[in-house]
Design a protein around this ligand. Sequence first.
Ligand SMILES: [Zn+2]
Length: 253
Amino acid sequence: MIDTHCHIDFEDFDDDRDEVIKRAKDKLDNVIVSGYSNDSNMDVLKLSKDYEGFIYPTFGFHPVSSQNATDDEIKTAHENIVEHLDDIVAIGEVGMDYFYVTDNSLRKRQQKIFTGFLELANEYKKPIVMHVRDCEKKAVNIIYEYEDIPYFVFHCYGGSLKTAKRIMNMDNAYMSFSTMLCYSKQHQDLIEKIDLDYILTETDSPYLAMTKEERNEPANVVNAVYKIAEIKNMDIGTVDEITTSNACNIFKI
Ligand SMILES: [Zn+2]
């Protein structure tokens, strides 16, 4: 079982990060921690060195903050990715967020930065982990252009079933589902129709816990796997096996 997307470098975990990771180790094979800023990229790299073989890092720049990022900051993000190509298992999280970013010119800026990361992933043949919210169809149209990106991951997918079908048709694109599955009817309906071969599991910790007050943590990815098994009427072992093997194949871990 793998938590393919979380942020345990957040300060929310400063007091008990080791215990959180220990609880994850008891239940999971691996954890992928996604960088979201230049500082965070360095923090997730350090975490992956401290827990070598268990934690793997990805370097990115969160789309919501990318709208206001300077060219220099983005340039640094690109340079860090190139410098650490062998350390990171993917580029991300990067993407587009139309829920939080509503201004048209800022959306354009966000898209330009996103395509910059796509070009990098294409050039260096790295998988890409995307945060896409309320513009999934547009994102699919954009990523079609990049033939040399080995794998695309829509982290915490919440788009339409129609777009999900287009994603499945790409054959090298995946949708990741979080612990949100336990309470989101929209995500439950999607899981029913999406083939397990295109599904990954994640927590997005510290976000997306069962209740708003709670802090999520990687060990809770178990709940997402259980829910998928329940919805698809399959046994937990099979869901675990297929989703884990999808992740191992994408991230080469
Ligand atoms: Zn995230």
